[in-house]
Unconditional design. Structure first.
Length: 134
């Protein structure tokens, strides 16, 4: 799969997560990101502008992590990006809610969340299983 195909899948995942009607995707990107019709069409095909400033404007407008949108990597916790990424992996909404809650508790420094994260890192628990215990 090419980089453009992967980018297209991530952009479509954002729009699907936001429940944007497939017939309104182009208009949605134009309005939300301030893109011209041409640039919105290119974005839907996985081609982002070459201008870093414009890419950051798109990331801000879509409220996702730049590293995830650009490269598909989650380098730091961003709640919305985490939820969209889990959605692309076909986790049920209930599981995504629980995993997000665990991640937020971990960021907040809660001891129970830290202990569960240690078990995840050791391979004793999966993230969805640990989230159910939260």
């Amino acid at each position: 799969m090419s980089d453009h195909d992967k980018m297209k899948r991530r952009i479509l995942a954002i729009l699907d997560y936001d429940e944007v009607d497939p017939r309104r995707r182009l208009q949605h990107l134009m309005q939300r990101c301030g893109l011209s019709r041409y640039m919105a069409k290119r974005a839907l095909c996985g081609y982002l502008p070459s201008s870093c400033d414009k890419v950051f404007e798109i990331v801000d407008a879509l409220d996702v992590s730049v590293s995830w949108l650009w490269a598909g990597e989650i380098k730091s916790f961003h709640p919305r990006t985490f939820r969209i990424h889990a959605y692309t992996l076909n986790y049920p909404k209930r599981d995504i809610d629980q995993m997000s809650r665990l991640m937020m508790a971990l960021v907040a420094g809660q001891n129970k969340a830290k202990n569960l994260a240690d078990l995840i890192c050791k391979g004793a628990l999966s993230l969805p299983a640990a989230a159910q215990l939260m």
